[in-house]
Design a protein around this ligand. Structure first.
Ligand SMILES: [Fe+2]
Length: 286
């Protein structure tokens, strides 16, 4: 099984593992995530402000400590146990060929008002200042076999992700380039991407994809979406940025509510970043 996961991932750039969470666990996670989502709309703990835009379709950091001050400790354990689930970490370890390091939790949900088709992209394009740099980063990622994992687990059935298999191993073909990049990216929401595969997922399935491959989401108000996303990196390739900047892990007792096994998964994350969190907090205006 480990070899199948790894081979499919390396060849295709994505992997679907059906039924990773059973129905009762999906229900529990959905109740918790929806409660956090409602709290975020009322007041985002990272800004202290309500989220008034009805067309937002994702939130980060469901594990922020502020969401659990008034919730049962069991809810926090349930969420963190899911991130550190043995099967999930086994898949992540097989794919990365080393110990996975936690990076971030995300919740995807349908917008409440306006429907849009997502734009085709490779995540590394958002880190590059020019197309030349993007191409260099892509080539370097391929040469190094670089691989981060975005693992999406829908809590209601969803076919909102599209991916172009094998596109993580090469630069765009002319037809792909025409859609993703050309004309100032004016065509990047096209529904005619060659080879695009829409992943039809049942609640509790897991879909993993290499974010350097061509992919996009779909954000339609009339298509219910409630999808958890867990991201992991190689422990040898940590990256400090908005996603890993999670200073609430330093709050006294934050990890004490977890089982020893789950806590053991998050401890290397704290060890890796705690000095950076401290520095970042000290730089913030009082
Ligand atoms: Fe993306």
């Amino acid at each position: 099984m480990v070899r199948d996961w790894r081979e499919t991932w390396e060849r295709e750039g994505y992997l679907v593992v059906p039924g990773i969470f059973e129905a009762a666990r999906v229900e529990r996670l959905r109740a918790i995530a929806d409660g956090i989502h409602e709290q975020w709309i009322a007041c985002d703990p990272q800004t202290g402000q309500p989220r008034s835009n009805p067309d937002e379709h994702c939130m980060r950091h469901l594990n922020h400590a502020a969401y659990f001050h008034d919730r049962p400790a069991a809810d926090f354990s349930e969420l963190m146990d899911a991130v550190a689930d043995d099967l999930i970490l086994g898949i992540a370890r097989a794919i990365l060929r080393e110990t996975p390091l936690f990076r971030c939790t995300t919740y995807w949900f349908n917008p409440r008002k306006t429907s849009v088709d997502g734009n085709w992209h490779r995540d590394l394009q958002f880190m590059a200042k020019s197309e030349e740099e993007e191409r260099r980063r892509m080539e370097a990622a391929i040469a190094a076999g670089e691989s981060a994992i975005q693992m999406q687990i829908p809590l209601v059935d969803s076919d909102d992700i599209e991916f172009v298999p094998r596109s993580h191993l090469r630069w765009d073909t002319p037809a792909e380039y025409e859609i993703r990049c050309a004309h100032g990216r004016a065509n990047n929401t096209s529904n005619r991407m060659p080879g695009a595969l829409r992943l039809a997922l049942k609640a509790g399935d897991a879909a993993l994809f290499n974010p350097n491959g061509l992919h996009r989401g779909r954000y339609h108000a009339d298509k219910p979406r409630r999808t958890l996303m867990f991201t992991y990196t190689k422990a040898s390739r940590p990256l400090f940025d908005y996603f890993s900047d999670q200073p609430w892990f330093r709050e006294p007792g934050y990890l004490d509510r977890l089982t020893p096994r789950t806590r053991a998964f998050f401890e290397p994350f704290v060890a890796e970043y705690q000095d950076r969190w401290k520095q970042a907090q000290e730089l913030q205006p009082a």
